[in-house]
Design a binder for this molecule. Sequence first.
Ligand code: V47
Ligand code: SF4
Length: 369
Amino acid sequence: MDISFIDKRLEGIYSKVLNNSRLSKEDGIYIYETHDLIGLGQVANHVRRSLHGNKAFYIYNQHLNYTNVCKNRCRFCAYARDRKEKGAYTWSIEEIEKRLLDRIDEPVNELHIVGGLNEDLSFDYFIDLLKTVKKVRPNATIKAFTSVEIDYLSKLAGLSIEQTIQQLKHAGLEMMPGGGAEILNSRIHKELFPRKIGHERWLEIVKAVHKAGIKTNATMLYGHIETIEERVDHLITLRQLQDETNGFSAFIPLAFHSENTKLAHIPPTTAVDDLKNVAAARLMLDNFDHIKAYWVMIGEKLAQVALSFGADDLDGTIIEERITHMAGAKSAVGLTKEQMEDMITKAGFEPVERDSFYHPIKELKDQNG
Ligand code: V47
Ligand code: SF4
């Protein structure tokens, strides 16, 4: 494909892409610095189309955020509360069961389960939670807990990380979402989330999870105090780990929302930056199959555009999103299957409903009769 670049430096990046050469840190920084957004989008779109053609994936999923009580109180988080604070909540196992049953007539394929670090909950609660979800929804995949929760649960249970993962796997855990990575960098860790595990521990846990045969996603929270170089280092760190384990499924750039946080003075991310983050991910993460445009964070309209800037997946229906909406997100709290398909079709792509492992649902249904 011929691309007429306004920024000639993108030609070098494009020829590396065409030769399947890995992009360097300097290339990554340049991707963020260029003003040739359309040229950049075309390069990322070339990679996206060579991997997935005209397909754009989505999943019928349901989020369950079992508690917002969290002892970490990260400075960028609007969701967490202290135990006795107004608005604090923790769902009992019965409440979780009720929320699943409320939606039992819907074809939910994946349960995305994450929460705060609530010191009132025992390890048994988490085992019961997984078993209950599996009992009520035996055919849906449980994608639950970030490395932050796994680290906490291992301490709670007095078990090694490996033993903790085995117990959770035995109770029904099948996949892990990508949260908790933020920016893998000790300066940002110290400034924004000092009580949460740092990047070395995050990577160590993800490695153990991959070794146990569980796929995970990876994220990057951008648009706060991080530098371009720190973003690129984050992507390169993930790329290195993926070379080692091949355990990552998708990467999701997360646009920071500052409302109701200790960083409320930080303005929202721009559309240009949101699209550059999608394109940078697609181009730098040459060993990741999927890049998600998370419509909750960047809005439905920009998510449609992101499909032509490197993203091949819009995540899911979600049903009820809490974490970003507490921080001022203006997107819907959930979308119907028809709305997801409409968004994708009107962006010029072919919608493919998938399961957690990117198997198309239609083909699965055809195989099972
Ligand atoms: O870990 C917290 C981030 C994450 C804010 O793996 C914030 O499929 C923006 O990880 N503004 C949770 N972001 C969301 C997440 C996720 C979402 C969708 C799909 C998947 C997946 C994973 O949200 C947290 C944190 O990094 N976050 N506060 C905020 N104010
Ligand atoms: Fe707790 Fe996660 Fe919020 Fe940090 S981002 S305060 S770990 S819920």
